[in-house]
Design a protein around this ligand. Sequence first.
Ligand code: PLP
Length: 429
Amino acid sequence: MKYYSTRGKHSVNIQQAVLNGLADDGGLYMPAYIPQLPASFFENIENKSLPEIGFEVAKLFLEDSVPDEVLKEMIDEVLNFDIPVVPVHHNIYSLELFHGPTLAFKDVGARFMARLMSYYADGNSMKVIAATSGDTGSAVAAGFYNVPGINVYILYPKGKVSPLQEKQLTTWGGNIKALEIEGTFDDCQALAKQLLADEELQKHQVTSANSINIARLIPQSFYYFWAYAQLKKENKKIVFSVPSGNFGNLTAGLLAYKMGLPVDRFIASTNINNVVPQYLESGTYEARPSLSTVSNAMDVGNPSNFERMKDLFQEDVSKFREVISGYYFTDEETKATVQKVYKESGYLLDPHGAVAYLGLIQYQNEQQEGFNGVLLETAHPAKFIETVEESILEKIEVPEKLSAFGKKEKVATLFPVDFQQIKAFIKHN
Ligand SMILES: *Cc1c(COP(=O)(O)O)cnc(C)c1O
């Protein structure tokens, strides 16, 4: 199968799409067609393991570019932690995506991408660039740490990630370099795009690790099938609420849907960085500078994957509306929800999961009941300990995996928003 750029008709194979990250024309790669899963795949899906589902889905995208045994091993390694569907209360479930090494859903995509890239690079050296609003960087760092021949440059906005998130970005050493940028996440993202487009750097094989890379989206589609498999016996419609920033996770859900997964609706849940919910309402897309919120991994003013979504829906807002509803919520609503759900149901949401929960409840209030709502719980609450403790007025326990980062020494290089300085650093390090 070929992969084309959303900005042109230029096509490449999967190896090039993964190694390039971003297409030459600045567009994002999309599969030439969405592969379809046979009805038999869904008939006994409840008996399949997560790696089995992952293998069957991935195979359709990668075809014979990776031998079956290698792909199986890759997927077993990537998915070696639980992704449970946990009941919150009547009709509402949490798909817990945070049991990986950095306790955020991005572990799934980043680990798969690192292995796939390293396989396709076939021993050649590469420079991987990632802009992060928090969790991407640590998941990418964990995924690529010690992968031979690959250096990783993580650009993060100074003072705009939580203290523990910062430790998860800056304490790796080795092939992982942290660049602390005196700007916003949007500045980091714009710089990353500019670096990736730079002709001189391209001679050093630069590539992107952001959700613009198709290799992150493919594995993120697996867990929608997995959640469906867990809930299939209840024989109810399923609505997924996805706490969204760059909309990689939601786009992966749309891929699953277009491959045949029976989903009744997707909820695009955001904080006040609400360009997509506003687009769904007004039909006009207006990118804006991002605002800081307590769900900071979603502080994105111009979501990169919107370009893929437009492509999937032929730029037709009425087609978006057939499948997606959008809602957005303030920090006050988010914190009040963390508290309310904890007090009433004993389930502790993180701020991103709380935004997704609010989206489900709002949709439930506007529609008839009778569907199972699944919120994607994208991070462990302890990753946002300040906000969570302030919301529930209790101390929470920090998992050992996470506290271990806190004890290590931060190593980062500080930069103003200055393309030339950053480029020189990447070239020489
Ligand atoms: C990255 C992230 C999101 C947003 O995901 P996108 O795919 O960028 O929409 C939501 N929650 C958490 C915890 C994240 O790290």
